[in-house]
Design a protein around this ligand. Sequence first.
Ligand code: ATP
Length: 510
Amino acid sequence: MQTQKMKEKLNHYIDAGFPIIYINTFEEMKADGIIAEVSKSVDRGVIEWDAANGRRDWSINNKGLVKCQCNLSIDEDDSLVNMLRIINDEEELSQKILVIKDAQSFFDDPRITSIIKDIGHKILSGLEATIFIVTPILSIPPELEKFTTVIEIGYLIDEEISEVISNFINEYELQQVAQNLFDEMVVAFKGLTEYEIKNILALAYSNDGSFTKSDLKLIHEQKQQVIKKSGILEMIQLNESLDDIGGLDNLKNWLKKKATVFNNLKKAMEFGVDMPKGVLIAGVPGCGKSLNAKAAAKLFDVPLLRLDMGRLLGKYVGESEANMRKAISLAEAISPCVLWIDEIEKAFAGIGESGGGAEVTTRLFGNFLTWMQEKSSATFVVATANDILKLPPELLRKGRFDEIFYVGLPNDEERKKIFEIHITKRRKLDFVKINITELIQKTKGYSGSDIEGVVKDSIEAVFATGKSELTTSDLLEAIKNTHSLSEIMKQELEKMSKDYENRKFKNASF
Ligand code: ATP
């Protein structure tokens, strides 16, 4: 959310007498700045408590925000519970904003939740005060839920990122950065907080005292770290392209068509093309579904973010939904990007069943569907699934994904391409002497991953025996020692392919 919009919203909440506003953020300093401005515009004093300093009262003068330690001497009790007891008084709280930080560590203390609840009641009965809980962890105790409104300090928009970079350059009196490098830096910083951006800028600057093209790599590396630490999304390195995928031409052509839109978004939107939503790729394990997610991001020339659905689930009320919101807003902040949801059927297993866990999953699923339906950002979702029959039918309805593809075992022509890709990647010069036709005949029912395994094993065996080149017989030997996927799960695969045919999903191959 833009800072200005956020201030307006908070003003509105305070005027409307909302008792507790829960600001979910890592950026305490930014939250301080916003609260300081809001307190000025609604003309209220601010009392803050945090674990390190105890109570501090705010004053805002021409130097900015000043926090003054209260009259307590060092041996007095400056615990949260004591401060709340002292302050829980209509006169003391009237026309005040009470800011509580580090609160999540104290929510297990019933005395604290009880006093906050009591203040909440007073505010609802007309006391002109507001409690702000500022914390990076969303954990609302159930007894405070009905008093609480959650606000997230969202990611910076492009103009705000530009301002952070410009301010940094001016503050350190650095050489101005060429416009195209500046623009690339703005894109690279998307999805990071102001604090994180400043840290990375400081790191880049400390290397050689200026910003150069080489710093983009550093920004990307640091950003990968930051996103990983969020615990929900991971930024995946892009090594594979469409040329690394044997077969699946139907799917690849479809992705190429989408790429013409994605690579010319502005023009396409002006022309009246709809924003691409995404694709669901389902089918046989080890046959290139993940490979396509990676190749799509490379083709679209955008970052690839993997969403770990298992890690969305949290133990506090609303935490899972908040994690989902966080993941989606981070992906939208980074967009244009590809958001890859691997094994989506596992994330949404148990939908519609009763019980705590299933209810959370059902709510998460509802949030996800609504987002997919209404999504207008350039966040292209690639969802991959092994077993589509485990997916709730609502997900398969029109309007969620642009298309659903079924990936089956590779046919003769596709196996030929897959052998070629994996052999030339490792032993380019040997490839011309290989009798591919023989390999194809012997590998009916092999998955792409089985074929890759055969190539790797045979090359390793050749090396171990000290021979200098890979031959057809080495590969045939490895094939003999391999149990193909269709050998291992014959019945499941037959059933799967019948199910997909009945449902008339598009075949990724032709
Ligand atoms: P899973 O459902 O088990 O995650 P998947 O369908 O996502 O499987 P991938 O991870 O894409 O499978 O493929 C596994 C490996 O097998 C890849 O790293 C790739 O090397 C190889 N492979 C699979 N299919 C192909 C293909 N069509 N062309 C080239 N290589 C392939």
